[in-house]
Design a protein around this ligand. Structure first.
Ligand code: HEM
Length: 234
């Protein structure tokens, strides 16, 4: 109220008046306590004690994941050019891609048609029956993945896909069987090279304009894009 009623003279906030000094003290107290809260959360999350349920948790989590991936990349490759040997050693980066493809499979489902009369698990499917295989529903099923199924947790893939899925066909972002995607190794390799080259030189954060709105136009994609802010590493 006091501030609204007064006339603002440019630069006057830098003068060492009683009010400015008090504002400065409050500001530093607030910053100090925010930093303490954030540091405590980071410590707890690194010890896997914290939860990621609120906005701070989500932001810190993605930051921790990004720095874990970068740590791995810098340990394995440093700032050297990307090569096949190095890429094969990137475990955390793999885990992150697998988890991204679990939560956001570009193709949320695939379809099949019975080419002859089939009986399967007590169901009889006459020739010509259309069968939808809802990839995304299986990827989010809490009975299969646990109560944290809708959380971004690359650690679930720390021992590979077959351990994470307990050898069940419940994870198939690239399809399955004879028509499985022929481009899957290429797609993963390309994504790995791109992410590695970016993380070697930049850190990034989501722009504040980002709105989480996955939607489908042929494939699953962010409706309003996903703008990133890159910071060049020192
Ligand atoms: C993240 C990237 C990709 C995803 C998630 C993906 C996903 C899929 C899926 C789910 C299928 C199976 C469709 C079905 O069974 O009906 C498929 C098939 C196929 N994909 Fe991909 N794909 C990706 C990248 C690529 C790339 C980069 C290429 C080519 C370089 C490619 C080429 C193909 C081809 C040719 C098929 C048909 C295989 C067949 O019917 O025998 N894909 N893909």
């Amino acid at each position: 109220m006091e501030a609204l009623q007064s006339v603002y003279i440019p630069g006057s906030r830098f003068l060492p008046t009683k009010r400015n000094m008090r504002m400065k003290a409050i500001d530093s107290e607030v910053q100090h306590s925010i930093r303490r809260i954030v540091n405590n959360r980071i410590k707890a999350m690194k010890a896997e004690e914290g939860n990621y349920d609120d906005l701070l948790g989500v932001m810190l989590e993605s930051n921790i994941k990004e720095s874990r991936a970068r740590e791995e990349i810098l340990n394995v490759l440093g700032d050297q050019n990307v090569d096949t040997d190095g890429l094969n050693q990137l475990k955390v980066v793999n885990m992150i891609f697998y988890e991204v493809l679990r939560l956001y499979p570009p193709f949320v489902g695939i379809a099949r048609k019975a080419d002859k009369d089939i009986t399967f698990e007590g169901f009889s499917l006459p020739s010509g029956t259309q069968i939808a295989l809802p990839i995304i529903l299986l990827h989010y099923d809490e009975q299969l993945w646990g109560s944290d199924a809708n959380k971004f947790k690359p650690e679930r893939f720390s021992e590979g896909i077959s351990k994470a899925t307990k050898n069940q066909v419940i994870y198939f972002p690239f399809g399955w069987g004879p028509r499985i995607c022929i481009g899957q190794n290429f797609a993963l390799l390309e994504a790995k090279i791109a992410l590695t080259m970016i993380l070697q030189k930049f850190s990034f954060e989501l722009s504040q304009s980002y709105v989480h709105a996955p939607h489908i136009v042929l494939s699953l994609q962010p409706q309003y894009g996903a703008r990133l802010i890159l910071h060049k590493l020192q």
